[in-house]
Ligand binder design. Structure first.
Ligand SMILES: NC(=O)c1ccc[n+]([C@@H]2O[C@H](COP(=O)([O-])OP(=O)(O)OC[C@H]3O[C@@H](n4cnc5c(N)ncnc54)[C@H](OP(=O)(O)O)[C@@H]3O)[C@@H](O)[C@H]2O)c1
Length: 285
């Protein structure tokens, strides 16, 4: 129902914009000013309604015990979703009331059998599983583990799958080859298995408060000012080799918000969302 309503309103707003600006002919918009030809009509990204998802939506967060994953779980609960998580350690060490509302499962994405039961009845998956280490470890955690999850979700008929990948960091990619190769392999699998419901988010550095044991590390002290400055410096990002290092950081709550929206909003466009897209969607409210 929500899907139909959002689609109707979506198409209505697009059509009304066509009428207010002129007539659509041969893929171009002709303005009412006869000398003026507008650029081809471009559908704005995710012109979605911020309607809360139906409570029947069941979200599985892979890596819900981690830094990004815990924020995703919290955001999804705030949106009224039923939330479960899977990670090797199981329950998060966070002692906050929202954590009691998550169904915590223990399992390893590198052992596909772990995935059989947790996917039952799940409507959407957000994977926050990734990590660093040796080449083969990085390839396995970022690539193979997520590919296993994408295949299991597709076989179980899950509708939408969001994968937290990473921005291209130019020179750094050579130093973290397994990380980026793994990410790219998982992205390719997602876009082929979930043509209509697969979304890849590619943030750069994610800041916020990261917990390490009982300690809270306020990464935002560095991340927030950098985000403010660099989000307005997009052209610098195009400079060969060093440009990607100027990719703006993004707040973890923004990433979580966009991930949950991408997982639950049926008109959120499938495909890759770069850091500037994440910032835009995050500010859309
Ligand atoms: N943090 C950043 O600045 C940043 C920037 C760009 C992209 N990203 C990406 O965002 C994602 C989340 O990052 P994060 O910083 O939140 O990482 P994190 O804190 O290390 O969380 C990773 C999560 O994945 C789980 N996990 C790891 N291996 C697993 C496996 N084999 N099976 C099941 N669960 C597994 C971990 O729990 P267990 O160890 O208990 O299994 C943990 O819950 C990653 O893909 C990362 O590459 C992060």
């Amino acid at each position: 129902m929500r899907s139909i309503v959002s689609r109707l309103i979506y198409s209505k707003s697009s059509i009304s914009r066509l009428y207010t600006s002129g007539l659509l002919r041969n893929g171009r918009l002709l303005s009412t000013d006869s000398n003026h030809v507008d650029e081809p009509f471009k559908v704005e990204e995710a012109e979605t309604l911020n309607v809360p998802p139906p409570p029947s939506d069941k979200l599985l967060v892979l890596g819900g015990s981690g830094f990004v994953g815990s924020h995703v779980c919290k955001e999804a609960l705030e949106q009224g979703l039923s939330v479960s998580s899977l990670s090797r350690s199981g329950r998060s060490s966070i002692r906050e009331s929202w954590a009691d509302k998550v169904a915590w499962h223990q399992g390893n994405l590198l052992v596909p059998d772990s995935l059989k039961d947790v996917m039952n009845g799940v409507t959407a998956v957000i994977s926050c599983v990734g990590g660093f280490g040796s080449y083969s470890h990085m390839y396995k955690i970022n690539g193979t583990a997520n590919i296993n999850a994408i295949r299991a979700a597709s076989e179980q008929g899950v509708k939408r799958f969001v994968y937290i990948s990473a921005a291209d960091f130019g020179l750094v990619n050579y130093l973290l080859q397994g990380y980026y190769e793994g990410k790219k392999a998982a992205e390719a699998e997602l876009l082929s298995k979930f043509t209509y419901g697969g979304v890849v988010l590619r943030p750069g550095f994610i800041h916020g408060t990261r917990r390490v044991g009982s300690m809270k590390i306020p990464l935002g002290v560095i991340g927030s000012p950098l985000e403010m400055v660099l989000q307005r410096a997009k052209p610098l990002n195009q400079i060969p080799l060093v440009g990607p290092l100027l990719t703006p950081p993004v707040n973890v709550t923004t990433v979580a918000k966009v991930a949950v929206r991408a997982a639950t909003d049926p008109v959120f466009p499938p495909g890759i969302v770069d850091v500037y897209g994440i910032l835009r969607y995050g500010h859309k409210g």
